[in-house]
Ligand binder design. Sequence first.
Ligand code: FE
Length: 297
Amino acid sequence: MSINQLGDVYIEASDLAAWEAFGSDILGLQLVSKDNGRLAFRMDQHEQRIVVVKGPADDVSISGWEAESEAALLESVARLKAAGVAVEEGSKELAKERRVERVFSCVDPDGNRLELYYGPAITHEPFRSKVLRSAFVTGAQGLGHCFLIAKKDRKATLDFYVGALGLKVSDYIRQEIAPGIVADAAFLHCNGRHHSLGVAAMPVPKRIHHVLLEVADISDVGRAYDRVNDAGIPLEMTLGMHPNDKMLSFYVRTPSGFAIEFGFGGLQVDDSNWTVKSFDQLSEWGHRPPAQQTAAA
Ligand code: FE
């Protein structure tokens, strides 16, 4: 028993008005509350999956990892403590604010805050998106994935997430992205989703490179691409496909400067027959910087 999904993500953002419009009108999340400098968005039956809190960081502030039961949560906490990680239980008030039964928090070797919890609040109200025709792919696969930047040593990051938290390696991608600069990425899973966490050491100032949201219909990717372009929001990368998870996706810049990967058709991992692989390119095709797209047009 261990952590079984990336359940929620907290973002600290300086411009909540921009996030409100971006989240609802561009991404198709459902805004469910907006009070005291805090926006809560739904993607499915969970009362909240993505929470944006007012603050100067413009970065991810917490990734929330869900356990299937109280016993599984306590087992994960014990495993982290045995690995020498300082873990603290949050108060009842914090658990209530997080809409979960019990919550613990700790910090990874790069200084990223994690919360481990069980018992997310589920609402009977149907999920309503202003713009999606299908739905977000969540359920047992969790909200999507986070791609974090390892600031120090990627080995320490993997020792934490694989060794102590119990995630499993799906594969690696190593590509020289500029002379002498190798992007060395590891992709980790804890359910059928190919990866719930990606991590690479890259010279990037933020903690997070992107959060992936997956939709159930390819047309919802195309329509989101149109909305981004119509609104004049900068792309980070054009449409493309990764060789490992086969996600058809594009990357759009959020109001906080990191990216959202918006995709369809991600591969699922079956642990009974999965083999860890190592790829030599980040994308099979596409995922180009927008300037290249313009130059080619
Ligand atoms: Fe991704």
